[in-house]
Design a protein around this ligand. Sequence first.
Ligand code: URP
Ligand code: ZN
Ligand code: ZN
Length: 470
Amino acid sequence: MKTLIKNGTLITASDTFISDLLIEDEKITRIGLNLEADSDHEVDATGKLILPGGVDPHVHLDLPMFDTVSSDDHYTGHKAAAFGGTTTAMDFVVLEDEGFEHSVDLWMKKAEKAAIDYSFHMNLTRFDEKVAKEIPSLMEMGIQTLKVFTAYNGRLRLDDGSIFKALQIARDNGMLVMAHCENGDVIETLTTQALADGHTSPEWHAHTRPAWGAVESSLRMAAMAEQANAPVYIVHMNAGGEVDMLHYARERGVKVMGETCPQYLFFTAENLSLDNGAKWICSPPLRTDQDNVRLWQGLSKNILQTIGTDHCPFFFDGAQPIVYEGSEIAIPGKELGQYDFTKIPNGLPGIQDRMPILWTYGVNAGYITPNQFVAYTSTNPAKIFGLYPRKGALVPGADADIVIWDPEKQVRYGRTHSHQRTDYNLYEGWELLGYPEKVFLRGKLIVDGDEWKGKRGDGMFLKRSEGEVL
Ligand code: URP
Ligand code: ZN
Ligand code: ZN
């Protein structure tokens, strides 16, 4: 099967140029002007942009937590991702008592319904001699990333000594540690005190997780990485001070990389004081306008490396069903914490929203260039996580994961456009200029305007190898 895309404006992480592009079966085979090919389909992309499919390095699908489960699974979340221009997503395997292989098998099973390509990170939430010995086996499974937590005491957190050892093991095996940076001890203390004082409303989620904890633990993580001579990737950077720490460490040659997420660019802790404040509960929490500005600067100046979503959706009111693909569904959600903010499931929807929202409010607004947009949402995550140039690239030989983007399309965004399986959208009513028109996954057209042409099982597990340190 050959598809010839004519006269598009190709945007890569470094260049912008008009060209034709030929897809043969699952791959891009030729890029150039005036291509002639005996194609089965021809797409006129005059006036349209051609982008590599988005790579979302940070999502949580079908994740059991807070006595419920994140409300998108590997089909619904992937379908939503595709409508937003993302064709690869990476989510996190929960480490079960039985060990890595068993845990990965469970996640493989969940992902049998995948609709876009995917891979996994491993949550390293336990550390002992046995776990340490088994870590390299993850590389054989195609998983080269471990997520560690400096918060969630007694549940997910590792002590600094264990994190340091994990960094050394990662270094010796071409793996990468990803770090959730907050101060678990401060959070525990402030949370206990807040509840004892009768503070149960959502804004206390932010009051009890101060930005300073994120700032100092980001620097601590960078310092440990330097002392272990290992790379580290700090997930969901949310505080302006973290950008400063990232800059400080990178200027000194530390192999530390940073990811932020759209929610930390557009919203603040004030959202938690609204009547529906629980909708904005995520960890780390939303911060201030000044933090938003500093994060944008970190992107403009290439201090940060990626924009993921941390997509971890819950219903706002899980007692009220919504209709998804013709069937009613309700999944317990944020209402679980209506009398106690510590019981509100942590996480926000965003897998579909990321690219359209960032295009209008990042690129059109002048904070980042179109090339930076491609770098942050596709090329850099593909490089860091060992998928480049198969993913994140518009070059012959790459997978034909392609987005034809209409820069003139106007959309009043919100739930009516969203395929995320939840009952609200953070960007309800936001005006967009620029939107995905067609999305190809390995040469197969899976989104055509409003039409879903993909299906369960279209997605494939991507075995990853050692990534790049950017
Ligand atoms: O609130 C969030 N972000 N939930 C997902 C888990 C995490 O720490 O990334
Ligand atoms: Zn996290
Ligand atoms: Zn996360």
